[in-house]
Design a protein. Structure first.
Length: 126
């Protein structure tokens, strides 16, 4: 059984399904979550290498999703945010909050897949 895990958070299941389909066959367990609470609980149980967040709301609504995920994980998962916002201010704010990678929709599917594969390879070799 593969120990590599990816958690995807999105309030819209179609977006999470799209990202999961892009990553299909990547040899990692992918778990989709629809609420911040479900994402936190999943991160506690699954200890993912990567968390993909498809919304910026958890960063501006006071949820503090990122800091909670960082605090509960015994490893430091890479946090990827994929959203529609292209404002330099938003991107810089997210990176300052601790987001490792920010990408905007529409995304280049093979680029996302290559980034995730490379990250999983790096985390496995460490």
């Amino acid at each position: 059984m593969n120990s590599r895990k990816i958690v995807i958070y999105s309030t819209q299941s179609s977006r999470a399904t799209l990202i999961a389909a892009i990553l299909d066959g990547i040899m990692a367990r992918i778990v989709c979550c629809s609420t911040p609470e479900q994402t936190i609980a999943t991160c506690q149980h699954e200890v993912p290498e990567i968390v993909i967040i498809l919304d910026i709301a958890p960063f501006i609504d006071g949820t503090e999703l990122l800091s909670v995920i960082r605090a509960i994980a015994c490893t430091r998962p890479k946090i990827y945010v994929i959203a529609w916002h292209q404002s330099e201010q938003i991107v810089l704010s997210l990176l300052e909050c601790g987001v490792d990678q920010y990408m905007t929709f529409p995304i280049y599917m093979s680029r996302l897949r290559m980034k995730i594969e490379a990250q999983l390879s790096n985390s496995q070799s460490q």
